[in-house]
Design a binder for this molecule. Structure first.
Ligand code: PEP
Ligand code: MG
Length: 590
């Protein structure tokens, strides 16, 4: 247990491993606004001074608002300036001080931390309110929080892209743009309270090769800035203030992982072919063009999923057609003749748009996401810009278009129609492109999976997105650490869907790939081979181990495994069985 007096006991926490490797470095603790919240726990003797800091910060914040109100009244008139009345009253309200002070006193936490707790609770209550007017007031609460934190902390924000020493970043959660801007030469590890294996910050951590553990629940409350930490992103462990014997053990484990990695790298130029001679296409998933080279270095035969929404991160404006085009060209330069599957924008849900939306959706994963977002009349220009860039790039390599979150045939037809129009437009302008560019769909909703035979005649290929397919089939939020144990590819319903999608692909003679994280989880590899999957698209770092497993397997064994799994009824039974069978061909399985 962490004690409030700030003693130095070692503590070990288990979370969800999302990006493998071991990191040793002191912690930096940040909040969502990049404010560093340096110290969580207080001595009792420090309470009095801390409360004085709260009073001063509230008074300074109220004075700041009063000044703003004055300026706004002069410039825009009394009515417009009225918004600041509410902020001023809020900051002057004794109840706000009382609640923050009680939190400082009861939980022995700093003024910054207590402020965040109290105001985030208020924001949450407003967000859950059925009254739209109330829900809209949330931005006011965030504004007030930022103002108080500013007065407590000053201008200084943590800039994770310009660090001067090695650190491990500790946060409640990291937004995709925060993660994308991490300086991966300095950020040695990441540990967060929230998140799951397929949350987007986990995906970016893997892309950057930073060891990461998420879903730790309360790591931000246990760690103080400067604490020495070990992050074991392979097994999902975080050690706070490790003692020497523990550090030595982890150093030894790190050496073993490095030598395993070196052994796997020797497979780079060997084909992904089973022992009995069946050829498997092993592709990489990327978020940034520079990862294309990483994929080749790890032995990929092409890119099976390029997630283009990352082009939107960390910027105020939408990418232009030229920016899209340049990113695709850069990737193609590396890929040469190899296939490059580019997915159209999967914006919405937890990505980019929600953070900026004027009215955040109540249930964004069921909302205006992905293809739905792109097909909205006011978003069509954005969609067309991307399609134009993709088509232009298709003149320079084997580009294929992948549409995300398709749930109805109408969406596929609409998207194809718009693509046709864009192609005609390019023809009129005499711009070179491939008119018969392959257009595939992500099979990542139960609707698409169950209707695969309906989609197959109109799609050039399928790519099964298990991250979302699990989420939507099992009704488990992929980024919610509280239900992370329910998020598993070992679910019998999911496996049946995958089987049937592969069958439909066979029947209609279209390729079927699997690009969700399941493809890189070694215990599922035999099962997928046995179900007939012949294209695996995985994070670059996972390529060597998946290849090693494929090369150690036979189709006969894989098919026997798949048949047996179909007779098992619980995810536990399935997982146990798959682990046992996988160890027979891959004894290094963690
Ligand atoms: C998926 O859903 O499995 C997938 C690959 O897409 P993303 O993780 O980007 O939603
Ligand atoms: Mg998806």
């Amino acid at each position: 247990m962490n004690d409030p007096i700030g003693q130095t006991a070692m503590e070990t926490k288990k979370g969800i491993p999302v990006s493998s490797g071991i990191a040793f470095a002191p912690a930096v603790v940040i909040d969502a606004e990049d404010y560093r919240i340096p110290r969580r726990h207080l001595l009792r003797s420090e309470i009095k001074d801390e409360l004085a800091r709260v009073r001063k910060a509230l008074a300074d914040s109220a004075a700041g608002v009063a000044k703003l109100r004055e300026t706004a009244t002069e410039k825009f008139g009394r009515q417009t300036a009225a918004i600041f009345d509410m902020h001023w009253l809020y900051l002057r309200d004794r109840n706000l001080y009382r609640e923050i002070a009680e939190t400082v006193r009861d939980q022995l936490v700093t003024a910054e931390y207590a402020t965040s707790i109290v105001l985030r609770q208020k924001a949450l209550m407003l967000l859950e309110s059925a009254d739209h007017y109330m829900a809209d007031r949330v931005t006011d609460i965030y504004d007030i929080e930022r103002r108080i934190l500013h007065n407590l902390i000053g201008e200084k924000r943590e800039d994770l892209s310009h660090l001067t020493a090695d650190v491990v970043v500790i946060a409640h959660d990291l937004t995709p743009s925060q993660t994308a801007h991490l300086d991966n030469t300095r950020v040695k590890g990441i540990a967060t309270d929230a998140g799951g294996r397929t949350s987007h910050s986990a995906i970016v951590a893997r892309a950057l090769g930073i060891p990461a553990v998420v879903g730790l629940n309360n790591i931000t409350a246990l760690v103080t800035g400067g604490d020495e930490l070990i992050i074991d992103g392979t097994r999902g462990t975080v050690v706070i203030k490790p003692d020497q014997p523990t550090t030595d053990q982890f150093r030894q484990y790190e050496r073993e992982l490095i030598s395993l990695g070196e052994e796997l790298r020797t497979l780079r130029d060997l084909p992904a072919v089973t022992k009995c001679g069946t050829k498997i296409q092993l592709l990489g998933n990327i978020e940034f063009p520079h990862e294309a080279q990483t994929c080749l270095d790890y032995g990929a035969e092409g890119i099976g999923l390029y997630r283009t929404e990352f082009l939107h991160l960390g910027r105020e404006t939408e990418p232009t057609e030229e920016e899209h085009y340049q990113a695709y060209r850069k990737t193609l330069e590396v890929m040469g003749e190899r296939p490059l599957v580019i997915r159209t924008l999967d914006l919405g849900a937890d990505k980019y748009t929600q953070a900026r939306a004027a009215a955040p959706e109540r249930n964004p994963f069921l909302g205006c996401r992905s293809i739905r977002f792109c097909l909205q009349p006011d978003r069509l220009p954005l969609f067309r810009r991307q399609l134009r860039a993709m088509l232009r790039a298709s003149a320079h390599g084997d580009v294929r278009i992948l549409l995300p979150l398709i749930t109805t045939l109408t969406e596929l037809r609409q998207a194809r129609m718009i693509l046709g129009e864009v192609s005609e437009e390019l023809d009129e302008q005499a711009v070179a492109h491939r008119r018969d560019i392959p257009v595939g769909i992500m099979v990542e909703t139960p609707s698409a999976a169950l209707s695969a035979p309906i989609f197959a005649p109109e799609a050039s290929f399928f790519s099964i997105g298990t991250n979302d397919l699990i989420q939507y089939t099992l009704a488990v939020d992929r980024a919610n650490e509280h239900v992370a144990s329910l998020f598993t590819p070992a679910n019998p319903a999911l496996i049946k869907m995958i089987r049937d999608v592969i069958k439909a692909g066979r029947r209609y003679d279209i390729p079927v790939a699997l690009c969700g994280e399941m493809a890189s989880e070694l215990e599922f590899c035999l099962l997928l081979l046995g179900l007939g999957l012949r294209q695996f698209s995985v994070a670059p770092q996972a390529i060597p181990s998946v290849k090693k497993l494929i090369r150690a397997s036979t189709l006969q064994h894989a098919q026997r495994v798949a048949r047996r799994v179909m007779d098992l009824h619980t995810d536990r039974q399935i997982l146990h069985y798959l682990r046992r069978e996988t160890r027979k061909v891959f004894p290094d399985l963690v």
